[in-house]
Design a protein around this ligand. Structure first.
Ligand SMILES: Cc1cc2nc3c(=O)[nH]c(=O)nc-3n(C[C@H](O)[C@H](O)[C@H](O)COP(=O)(O)O)c2cc1C
Length: 154
């Protein structure tokens, strides 16, 4: 069974909800998933997973302070045979920026290839809620990622 870890930062719980929906999708595709906040992760644990998903809220057009400090702790790691993806939540306006772009940059520094493009959940207000269709669309994306993983030969 393929193993995934989904790491999230979340001030009001919306990004955590996205993490949980992605998890349900991955699980429905037969992937084992651990979901952990970036504050709780034991960095040495990352070696145990083939898929690493990292996501957080967009703050001041980029990643949150907590996420930036987490990424600076892990970006020097050289983990073998992993794939990754980045997700984010943000408001739906032209200059909202992107937390996930920063995460993608760190995944690239870690030489972890991306299995999916940036995944974005839209919040209707700063504290949520997420757009109505978010949980089903995120489950769908989780399932698509699981299918890509299961098709990988190794
Ligand atoms: C300090 C702060 C700064 C924010 N800056 C942005 C921003 O630049 N762009 C944006 O789209 N949303 C911004 N937001 C809204 C957040 O993206 C939103 O609170 C977040 O997606 C909710 O996710 P969470 O419940 O996981 O914290 C900001 C929110 C906070 C608290």
């Amino acid at each position: 069974m393929k193993k995934a870890i989904i790491l999230y930062d979340s001030l009001y719980g919306n990004t955590k909800k996205v993490a949980m929906s992605l998890t349900r999708g991955l699980e429905s595709g037969g992937v084992y998933v651990d979901v952990i906040s970036i504050q709780e992760l034991e960095i040495s644990e990352l070696n145990n997973y083939e898929l690493i998903g990292i996501g957080g809220p967009t703050h001041f057009h980029g990643a949150s302070k907590q996420m930036k400090s987490f990424l600076s702790k892990i970006k020097h790691l050289r983990l073998k045979n992993k794939v990754g993806f980045a997700f984010e939540t943000k408001a739906d306006f032209k200059f909202s920026g992107s937390a996930a772009k920063r995460i993608v940059r760190s995944l690239k520094q870690m030489k972890i290839p991306l299995i999916h493009s940036i995944i974005t959940g839209i919040v209707l207000n700063k504290e949520g809620p997420l757009e109505d269709s978010t949980s089903s669309s995120m489950e769908q994306i989780g399932l698509i990622i699981s299918e890509k993983m299961n098709n990988k030969v190794n």
